[in-house]
Design a binder for this molecule. Structure first.
Ligand SMILES: Nc1nc2c(c(=O)[nH]1)N[C@H]1C(S)=C(S)[C@@H](COP(=O)(O)OP(=O)(O)OC[C@H]3O[C@@H](n4cnc5c(=O)[nH]c(N)nc54)[C@H](O)[C@@H]3O)O[C@H]1N2
Ligand SMILES: Nc1nc2c(c(=O)[nH]1)N[C@H]1C(S)=C(S)[C@@H](COP(=O)(O)OP(=O)(O)OC[C@H]3O[C@@H](n4cnc5c(=O)[nH]c(N)nc54)[C@H](O)[C@@H]3O)O[C@H]1N2
Ligand code: SF4
Ligand SMILES: [Mo]
Length: 699
């Protein structure tokens, strides 16, 4: 029941910190947001986005009716604004979508579908999404933005220790001793976490090692800042390991008890001296030694990382080089130690946990495992496809070669977030059917045949799982705009219609009364969730999975006694170059990423008052480069790569090193991904968003 004036507890819809918020409601409007002081993970703290950025909920651009493209069926399709769509009833839109999906299924089979789950929607929404795709369409082609995000970290951690989630909780941060922050602009991207990390330094004399090419704010708190050339992390971290081995600073007891491959690894990295790494990375050898000694001699040592590590053609090797360090020093499995990829989206952990990945059901149970598949088959009452599906960028490839003919997209904006947009757009133009489910019209849904209006986080119930695996509730606080409906409810209706059109004898089950029913089904099929239900999350203000039984306390930190794969594995690594290096024609390295006030493709923050604070697309240019180019602060610059060009406003700053320019990817009118390169890590298939070659000139 929504009351006239009330305060509704919920979870911030932006980043993976998962701050708890109080939404203050009057006349069906959120007029203020603050945070409860006694509650983890944020204890009263919020950043600008949580506090001021949820006004997108009431933006007049919210989708309120199902929309059908006026030139339905015409290919190649062109992007259209709202005027290119006509309003439809749910009945008509669902029926038409179900019919097209069924036709394509009958003609081309399950492989014709490419589907995008969403790190913005709830676990329950995502569970239903993948149940529909796997159980009804018979396809495992379901993936989401995690592929563009921590895919390399996930692959690396799976190799090293057999699990990919962050191993420690936010609550441990204030008690850190020594910690590394690398490839994470924490103050802008996980702002509330950054306050806990900074407190560890300021209040507890913890020592921070920052490894980042840009002078991000965290460097102000660092004991050591290693400012490397982009893309040279493996050299630095392997040289740190070499120092630890050469000076015998490693943890022999831990290595003997918990790891394998140490001898070979130690022998293989003998020549990777700090001097060798200095040559490759530009970081002074002595600083690498200092960092290595600090980390190895720490009482507890933790590593936090972000996209600077993961989004690289050698992202898996970058992350493996971090795992090696933790294993070498035994800095894992205790409070305040561990390997911590900071998860980005509010529910990116949860989307993966709920089965939004091509090779696994819920909580990483492989689709290729006969026993696991049999469990789901029995529960759902159908047979399931044992072949792992395609990843995001492989779906683009498959669509380009006409294997995939239909895209089903829920809560993602690939035509802003994928690299080399010109290519992605071209593929989109050729699709036979595009179904999008979103809260706004965005750059992707401009290509949709049918657009379903979804409710936002403020209008529905369910759970998000934050970066430290804490499952938390969202609650309906304001009414849905117009006829917008919950994502799971839309999917259930669609799935049932497709089942009937496909002539299925019985439904595999899409009759849920409430998101808690969906959670119950998911928990029943997922050992790690069996001790969690909505009532318990409400009682305890969030529960950390794994939590196998109702009396289990939940798991704030992992790997105390063992790793999921048994022993931790060392991997000696080769240093490999970036995919596209600067040359005389394109003399600068382009690094892309984020700023505090905006979110990804800008769909939400650019419809918020935050846009007044940061209204224009920008490029950071070092003063010496700006001088040479004749570019002044505030002047518009044309930035070109081999793929495209954009116009952005210059910020002259030493934040980016000489020879490197930084562009945030939040601005549709100057999308950074017009410039980026679709070069991927061979194992994780993640594109490199942190290094391609560009040229700049004043406009
Ligand atoms: N305000 C805001 N916050 C967000 C988001 C947002 O869009 N806006 N998005 C969320 C999401 S999904 C994610 S994944 C996270 C991402 O969070 P971050 O990973 O912190 O975000 P990026 O801006 O991509 O920052 C990458 C960092 O890597 C550094 N870097 C660049 N090249 C290299 C390199 O070669 N090596 C190393 N070691 N570092 C390098 C950059 O200088 C930068 O500090 O943020 C989340 N939080
Ligand atoms: N150049 C460059 N590109 C990058 C990156 C980079 O660092 N540089 N980073 C990559 C990374 S790490 C990520 S995670 C991706 C992010 O890429 P995306 O996930 O594609 O980006 P978002 O803009 O977050 O898209 C979320 C969409 O969900 C919608 N939405 C919000 N709430 C709801 C809801 O409740 N229901 C529904 N149905 N929809 C909803 C929003 O309106 C928006 O359209 O971008 C990647 N792309
Ligand atoms: S730190 Fe993240 S979760 Fe917390 S208020 Fe900011 S955007 Fe929201
Ligand atoms: Mo991300």
């Amino acid at each position: 029941m929504i009351q006239a004036e009330s305060i509704v507890r919920s979870t911030c819809p932006y980043c993976g910190v998962g701050c708890q918020v109080n939404l203050h409601i009057k006349d069906e409007h959120i007029y203020k947001v603050d945070a409860p002081f006694q509650v983890a993970p944020n204890y009263g703290r919020l950043c600008a986005k949580g506090r001021f950025g949820v006004d997108f909920v009431h933006h007049p651009g919210r989708l309120t009716m199902p929309l059908i493209r006026k030139d339905f069926g015409v290919t190649p399709r062109q992007p259209v604004g709202l005027e290119g769509f006509r309003e439809a009833t749910w009945e008509e839109a669902l029926e038409l979508a179900a019919r097209r999906i069924t036709e394509i299924h009958q003609q081309h089979g399950p492989a014709a579908f490419g589907t995008f789950a969403s790190a913005k929607v709830t676990n329950e929404d995502n569970y239903v999404f993948q149940k529909f795709v796997r159980g009804v369409l018979g396809s495992n082609n379901v993936d989401h933005c995690a592929r563009l995000c921590h895919a390399a970290s996930v692959t690396a951690l799976t190799i090293a220790i057999g699990s990919s989630a962050m191993s420690n909780s936010i609550a441990e941060m204030k008690d850190l001793d020594v910690f590394i922050v690398t490839g994470s602009n924490t103050t802008e991207t996980h702002p509330v976490i950054s306050t806990f990390l900074r407190e560890a330094v300021v209040n507890n004399q913890a020592k921070l090692i920052v490894v980042d090419p840009r002078q991000i704010e965290m460097t102000e708190f660092a004991e050591v800042w290693l400012r490397q050339q982009p893309g040279t992390d493996v050299a630095i971290f392997q040289a740190m390991a070499q120092v630890i081995v050469a000076e015998e600073l490693f943890n022999q007891e831990f290595i003997d008890a918990r790891t394998e491959g140490f001898k070979d690894y130690a022998a293989a990295i003998m020549d990777c001296t700090p001097e060798w790494a200095a040559e490759i990375s530009g970081v002074p050898a002595e600083d690498i030694r200092t960092a290595a000694r600090l980390f190895a001699n720490a009482r507890t040592g933790a590593i936090y990382w972000g996209m600077g590590i993961s989004q690289s053609v050698h992202g898996v090797e970058n992350a493996l080089s971090l795992a090696n360090l933790a294993l070498l020093c035994g800095h894992i499995g205790k409070p305040g130690t561990g390997l911590n990829p900071l998860r980005g989206q509010n529910n990116v952990q949860g989307c993966s946990d709920s089965g939004g990945l091509p090779h696994v059901f819920t909580a990483y149970q492989p689709v290729a495992d006969d026993a696991i598949r049999a469990k789901f088959e029995q529960d759902w009452g159908t047979t399931l496809n044992p072949e792992p599906g395609l990843t995001v960028m492989e779906m683009v490839d498959a669509a380009a070669s006409k294997i995939i003919r239909a895209y089903l997209i829920m809560g993602e904006n690939p035509l802003m977030s994928e690299p080399d947009l010109r290519h992605s757009r071209h593929v989109m133009e050729q699709m036979e059917f595009v179904l999008v489910q979103d809260i706004f019209l965005n750059e992707t849904s401009e290509y949709a045949d049918i657009l379903f209006p979804a409710t936002s986080f403020a209008e529905k119930g369910g759970t998000f799982t934050n970066t430290d695996r804490r499952v938390q509730l969202i609650r309906p606080a304001v009414p849905a705009p117009g006829q917008a409906r919950e994502d799971w409810a839309i999917l259930c209706d669609l799935a049932k219609r497709v089942e009937i059109l496909l002539g299925r004898p019985a439904s595999i089950g899409f009759d849920y009364a409430h998101p808690s029913d969906i959670w119950q089904e998911m928990a029943r099929l997922t050992p790690a969730f069996q001790g969690i239900d909505h009532a318990r999350i409400q009682r305890e203000d969030g529960v950390h999975w794994p939590c196998p039984t109702p009396d289990h306390p939940g798991s704030p930190y992992l790997f105390e006694d063992t790793f999921p794969s048994g022993r931790g594995v060392f991997t000696a690594l080769d240093v490999r170059p970036g995919a596209e290096l600067p040359d005389p024609e394109y003399p600068f390295i382009l690094s892309t990423g984020r700023v505090l006030y905006h979110w990804h493709g800008g769909t939400m923050t650019r419809r918020s008052k935050l846009d007044d604070i940061y209204p224009d697309p920008t490029v950071e240019v070092h003063p010496l480069d700006a001088d040479a180019l004749g570019l002044a602060d505030g002047q518009w610059a044309l930035v070109r790569s081999r793929r495209g060009q954009i116009k952005v406003k210059t910020i002259v700053t030493e934040r980016s090193p000489q020879g490197v320019v930084f562009i945030p990817f939040h601005f549709a009118e100057a999308a950074a991904n017009e410039l980026t390169l679709d070069a991927r890590d061979p194992k994780a298939k993640i594109p490199d968003y942190k290094m391609c070659a560009v040229a700049l000139e004043p406009v």
